[in-house]
Design a protein around this ligand. Sequence first.
Ligand SMILES: Cc1cc2nc3c(=O)[nH]c(=O)nc-3n(C[C@H](O)[C@H](O)[C@H](O)COP(=O)(O)OP(=O)(O)OC[C@H]3O[C@@H](n4cnc5c(N)ncnc54)[C@H](O)[C@@H]3O)c2cc1C
Length: 509
Amino acid sequence: MSEEYFWWTEEQKAISKQVREFVAENFEEAETYFWKTEFPWPLVKKVAKEGYFGAGVPKKYGGMELGPTGSCIVAEQLGRLYAVGHVFTVSMLAGLEQILRFGTEEQKQEWLPKIASGEELGALCITEPFAGSDAANVHTTAAKDGNDWVINGKKRFITGAGVSGRYFIYAKTSDDPGDRKQYSHLTSFIIERGRPGFSLEKINPLIGFDNVPNGVINFDHVRIPDKNRVGEVGKGWNVMMAGLNFERLIGAAVFGGLFEDVVQVLFNYTKRRIQFNRPTLTFPGVQSEIADIIMKTKVSRLYTYYCAHLLDEGKEPMIEASISKLFNTEYAREIGVKAIQILGGDGLTKFLPIERILREAKVGEIVAGTNEIQKMIIYRFSAMLPLFNKNLRYRWNDDVNAPIISTRDSKFQGMDLNEENVLKVIAHDYKVSPGLYMTPDDIREDIGGSRSEIRKILESLEEKKLIVSNKDRQGKTTLVKASYDGLQKAFPLSYYEWYPSWYKDSDKF
Ligand SMILES: Cc1cc2nc3c(=O)[nH]c(=O)nc-3n(C[C@H](O)[C@H](O)[C@H](O)COP(=O)(O)OP(=O)(O)OC[C@H]3O[C@@H](n4cnc5c(N)ncnc54)[C@H](O)[C@@H]3O)c2cc1C
């Protein structure tokens, strides 16, 4: 039984039990659709009847109002029903967060009850032939015609293509290079199945997604009313980004239940599989691999619900949602590989529900922004955090005769601001951090003075070849270091010498 975290509400705990029971009752049926490669319509209808599609929809619009955490709880369990889990998540992602944040009251009243009822499925349509990771490079156009919009273009890799009734799309509404630069060239719309000119072009045969249709949809002069536009014209990128954190989180949560199923299969199987007169469970190597899978299962689940909690609180966890998605999909691949290895040949057959997780994991590493893109987001957003941008100053500590990160003033503080002393500051930095450059602000912090005074002195020192510098594209000095001549001029050689106490004088030269 999965852990119910202490911060979950009573309602969330109750839904967790309820949906788990639902999955237990319907697991066998889900398997039959997998074997028949048939879209599980009757099961999807059952999920709808239970009201699970409304997990994240506020009660006043017909939902359960369980927030992102509640949506994860439901997704985690429904994910164990494979195809059902995929269409459940994608149906929520096709508008829920976007309409909640950017929709008008009329739009909320029109669309949220539809999402909650699950009577028709939703599809999220970002990707195009020329817009993959570069999701802003949308070619599908939306042109205003009176009070309508006319849509032309194609979207590909759309999960739930064909079976869905509601398509949440992003289209280009401006060709102005200025708008493109500002990411204000996109607008989001909802398009219903059945609109003239809107058709299903292709269904992709894929590595995973056995009985989930995924394909290309075509818009040939599809006319929709302005009331189907979500958010302001030109704000589609913001709508897309707001939806993506939720998408990544749900995409991560969906693996949680599968991981636990894998562990159950592994214990069950290895207790009963005898090799060398012993159950394979007794081999230390097998135990170690199962322990590794359990560790990954627990860690990834905890982080997923931490991230869900941040979203519950109305935060924008860009970094956390990306980490969660990256973590869970990579872990899913690693868990899949390990689990198959533990099960030997049986693990490779479709008779055990294990090989699937490996295929699903590979899909997971690509959808909702590839894992390389997640790393890009984690890096870029982290690089802006003050926490990671502290100016760490190493100062020479005479007591221990070593450089230590310190908040003490530099020993050059209060000295006259002239070339000789600035060179000393820079040369001293060689003793402290031999391989690193200093910023002009580091120098200023050490000796004082104004930026322009320091800049002038640095220019002069560089002309005399006493320092070397690194410059930005505008030719402005960003980093400096003492040259060999500069080091010689600033201090005697003995100033830079350093030997451990055990080093013999006789070995020095
Ligand atoms: C099964 C499945 C279901 C999907 N469902 C949907 C859906 O419902 N709706 C939807 O809109 N889309 C969907 N997608 C599309 C999915 O989101 C894209 O496939 C994904 O964003 C990657 O785009 P791409 O396939 O065009 O790869 P590309 O963008 O062409 O990337 C190819 C490779 O280049 C790397 N790369 C690209 N740019 C960079 C960079 N700047 N730095 C480092 N590496 C980079 C990528 O990481 C990748 O390894 C689905 C895809 C699949 C396979």
